[in-house]
Design a protein around this ligand. Structure first.
Ligand code: NAI
Length: 338
């Protein structure tokens, strides 16, 4: 399926916009929650992405200002802002990729599950809009608790008859980004050279770094494994506490979201060998959703890789992760079904 061409109307002074003819092909991307702590730097970085031709910024507050600001950047993407529920449909029509960082973040002492009450309803409404206006778009869901909001999205899409498991992704990229950084620190290497698979889900013990599969191959002491596993699982809480009530990770999250979105767009373009970890509908374990390595292609998640050989430490971690994940998935599913 070819990417959408950027087609612009005539400019404000009546000249025919020459970009309408010679426009480079690119993808249409919407950010829902674009005025928030993650949304703003995410919008900035997506405006810089050469694969994006049209960028729609949607929120229930402050999008006119954010849109005006971002639109002055002299990069290729055309930016349009949308404010409030009445404009959701227009924000979504024709989109290839929808990124969702809408919803409340944690404060110190909160778990991601504490956000369920508010964010479940927000994600439901936004996904109903996607089902109606761009049912074939790839969806990157960032809103927490990801372990429950992805099942919510799937149920909304199933109800609407538009569910394609290959196109729905819970974004767990920040766990991978943190794992790469923390492992590089311990090994004294450049984080760009490190690849740590992180599987399971996106909360506490469900975040399972597979330190036995780090590339390049390396070994850790038992003490290092305990330290790294704990720090990777609680990296989000580290930021929440440092921000002392003003929110959770936003800048590193925007970076991670763009890293994942860019991988999705390169997959859509037909690039080969694009593999990233994400929380997806999966048969890798007995659970209906699980994060593991996924190959991204023209139709979304084209292949989901098995976990590979785990050591005893990881097998124990996997059982703990699955127990908590099962409950979080069930909570999301029953939010829609009941
Ligand atoms: P924020 O509060 O700064 O921004 C959220 C934005 O969502 C606000 O601009 C708000 O107006 C908007 N919003 C609220 N209801 C909306 C609706 N119905 N439609 C559209 N927009 C709506 O929060 P922040 O820091 O940007 O975090 C957003 C979400 O991302 C939180 O749920 C947070 O827990 C999650 N998060 C996920 C991570 C991950 O790794 N997946 C990492 C960090 C945060």
């Amino acid at each position: 399926q070819p990417p959408n061409l950027q087609m612009e109307e005539s400019g404000s002074l009546g000249r025919v916009n020459c970009r309408a003819k010679g426009a480079a092909p690119g993808f249409k991307v919407a950010i829902l929650g674009a005025a928030g702590g993650i949304g703003q730097p995410l919008a900035l970085l997506m405006k810089m992405n050469p694969l994006v031709s049209v960028l729609h910024l949607y929120d229930v507050v402050n999008t006119p200002g954010v849109t005006s600001d971002i639109s002055h950047m002299d990069t290729g993407a055309v930016v349009r802002g949308f404010l409030g529920q009445a404009q959701l449909e227009d924000a979504l029509i024709g989109m290839d990729l929808v990124i969702i960082p809408a919803g409340v973040p944690r404060k110190p002492g909160m778990t991601r599950d504490d956000l369920f009450k508010i964010n479940a309803g927000i994600v439901k409404t936004l996904c109903e809009g996607i089902a109606k206006s761009c049912p074939n778009a790839i969806v990157n869901l960032i809103s927490n608790p990801v372990n429950s909001t992805v099942p919510i999205a799937a149920e909304v899409f199933k109800k609407a008859g538009t569910f394609d498991p290959k196109r729905l992704f819970g974004v767990t990229m920040l766990d991978v980004v943190r794992a790469n950084t923390f492992v590089a620190e311990v090994l004294g290497l450049d984080p760009r050279d490190i690849d740590v698979p992180v599987v399971g889900g996106h909360a506490g013990v469900t975040i399972l770094p597979l330190l036995s599969q780090v590339k390049p191959p390396c070994s850790f002491t038992a003490q290092e494994i305990d330290y790294l596993t704990d720090r990777i699982q609680n990296g989000g809480t580290e930021v929440v506490e440092a921000k002392a009530g003003s929110g959770s990770a936003t800048l590193s999250m925007a970076y991670a979201a763009v890293k994942f979105a860019d991988a999705c767009l390169r997959g859509l373009r037909g690039d080969s060998g694009i593999v990233q970890c994400a929380f997806v509908a999966s048969q890798v374990t007995e659970l209906p959703f699980f994060a593991s390595k996924v190959r991204l292609g023209r139709t979304g998640a084209e292949e989901i890789y098995p976990l590979g050989p785990l050591n005893e430490y990881e097998r124990v971690g996997l059982e703990k992760a699955k127990k908590e994940l099962a409950a979080s998935i069930e909570k999301g599913v029953s939010f829609i079904r009941k």
